[in-house]
Ligand binder design. Structure first.
Ligand SMILES: Nc1nc2c(c(=O)[nH]1)N[C@H]1C(S)=C(S)[C@@H](COP(=O)(O)O)O[C@H]1N2
Ligand SMILES: [Mo]
Length: 198
């Protein structure tokens, strides 16, 4: 693939890669609120809106032709399983910066998925170099259960921030809690600080 880079998420360089209260599993559990949507990529679009000079909407062909990176990361679910050694491939959030003019007032994003699922991040967390909109995991296309066609991956935060079935990102001035963040999960979700609930 052209323009490909491999980025090692810094938490994979720790001597002990398993955060407090977590257990390693070899399996990859499937977790979400509600069912698995059946997404037709010929109708799917990726929209960028909110505090941007001009909104953008990309169809799947456009999205998939954006430059891609590979990220090596660990996954930590707040329900206490961790899955090490994941190789993701997709579009870096830094590419989003080149697609729109983000207004200086913007300080947060809301990532939106099919079925009104949302998750919120500060711009600082969103633009970390290991955050991407993944289309592949361990060299295979994502399966529907794991977020096909596009999922966010935020390696340094609990996995609930890694929204499956993403359809867009909204830039905001003020922080607003997303779906799980409004249902008892922590607003930030750093697994090394055990920011699980609250
Ligand atoms: N769209 C959507 N994405 C979601 C969720 C959800 O409910 N809806 N749940 C999150 C939670 S709580 C977890 S642990 C991970 C699980 O991802 P996986 O099923 O690929 O393991 O997806 C996250 N992304
Ligand atoms: Mo979760």
């Amino acid at each position: 693939m052209k323009n490909e880079k491999i980025i090692r998420s810094p938490d994979t360089e720790r001597k002990n890669r398993v955060p407090p209260g977590q257990r390693v599993t070899e399996k990859w559990p499937v977790l979400q609120y509600g069912g698995v949507p059946n997404i037709d990529v010929s109708k799917w679009t990726f929209r960028i809106w909110g505090l941007v000079k001009e909104e953008r909407e990309l169809n799947f062909d456009k999205f998939i032709s954006l430059p891609k990176i590979k990220v090596f990361s660990d996954v930590h679910c707040v329900t206490s399983w961790s899955k090490l050694d994941n190789l993701w491939e997709g579009v870096s959030t830094s590419v989003i910066k080149e697609l729109v003019d983000i207004r200086p007032k913007a300080k947060f994003v809301m990532v939106h998925s099919v079925g009104d699922f949302t998750t919120n991040l500060s711009l600082d967390d969103f633009f970390q170099p290991d955050v991407l909109f993944a289309v592949k995991h361990n060299n295979e296309m994502l399966t529907p259960q794991h977020g096909y066609p596009v999922r966010l991956v935020v390696p340094r935060l609990y996995f609930w921030k890694s929204a499956k079935w993403v359809v867009g990102v909204e830039f905001m001035e003020k922080d607003k809690r997303g779906f799980w963040e409004s249902s008892g999960y922590h607003n930030h979700g750093d697994p090394w600080k055990e920011e699980r609930y609250g």
